[in-house]
Write a protein that binds this ligand. Structure first.
Ligand SMILES: O=C(O)CC1=CCC(=O)O1
Length: 260
């Protein structure tokens, strides 16, 4: 796995999949690592050269002092593409990964072919929830929020049907570096990318989860309505829809990226 420097931060990057195939970059959610994409890897790596990475503050990447910003996250991605000599790529980001995708689609359109924005938002009108979460994590670490966050990530039905997958996802969240998690929550507390959306000219697919209360269908619908060539798919899932509806998610991604 290459480690790539961006603005003094080492980023953990993985390059796999079809040599010479079109490139697809996958971008993780808050509190997840590049491992969150495991359910998609077998199918997608047959078709694409897959670049995954841990966003700064996550996984095996560095955790420089915060607060972070969408611009910083976006510039980290451009540093990865430059280092790997990749001129253009498709993008699929879920939640925070979708927010970074919005920034990139608007600021570096020449680097992105098709863009997938899954279970994401462009604006939080009330930062109070993020401030409360930051306080709880400062006092009690990730363990203090893990149960509540997981109940928003996966529906009750899925958690009951798939206790092992649920435990794995919870372990990934619980292992998140506290300082990095807080710095990302600070970036989310000031998020407002509404003005960027009309500047995204790439064909875009918005994926939403019917049961997602963190980034509800209405948030996805708002994003779809502001991006000129965007379409939308709704999956029967909560927030981490690529895990809960792994096959449907993979099919939505391949269908959109392979369409002529
Ligand atoms: O982690 C959550 O609770 C939901 C979420 C919002 C933005 C993000 O990346 O995750």
């Amino acid at each position: 796995m290459p480690m790539i420097y961006a603005d003094g931060c080492l980023l953990n990057v993985s390059v796999e999949g079809r040599d010479g195939g079109p490139t697809l970059m996958l971008s993780n959610a808050l509190g997840c690592t590049l491992q969150m994409w495991e359910p998609q890897m077998a199918a997608l790596s047959k078709l694409f050269r897959i670049i995954r990475y841990d966003r700064r503050g996550h996984g095996k990447s560095g955790v420089p002092p915060g607060p972070y910003s969408m611009e910083r996250f976006g510039r980290d991605v451009l540093a990865i593409l430059d280092d790997l000599n990749i001129a253009r790529t498709h993008w699929c980001g879920l939640s925070m990964g979708g927010m970074v995708g919005q920034w990139l689609g608007a600021h570096a359109p020449e680097r992105f072919d098709r863009i997938i924005l899954a279970n994401t938002n462009c604006y939080y009108p009330d930062p109070a929830n993020w401030h409360a979460r930051i306080k709880t994590v400062k006092e009690g670490g990730l363990a203090a929020i893990a149960e509540t966050v997981i109940s928003g990530w996966l529906t009750t039905g899925f958690r009951e049907r798939e206790p092992q997958i649920t435990a794995k996802i919870k372990a990934m969240l619980s292992a998140s570096p506290v300082e990095g998690y807080i710095a990302c929550c600070e970036a989310l507390s000031t998020l407002d990318q509404r003005e960027l959306l009309p500047r995204i000219k790439s064909p875009t697919l918005v994926i939403a989860g019917r049961h997602d209360q963190s980034t509800p269908v209405a948030a996805g619908e708002y994003i779809r309505s502001r991006i000129p060539s965007a379409s939308m798919t709704i999956l029967d899932a909560a927030h981490i829809s690529n895990v809960e509806q792994s096959h449907a998610f993979t099919e939505a991604v391949t269908g959109f990226l392979m369409q002529q």
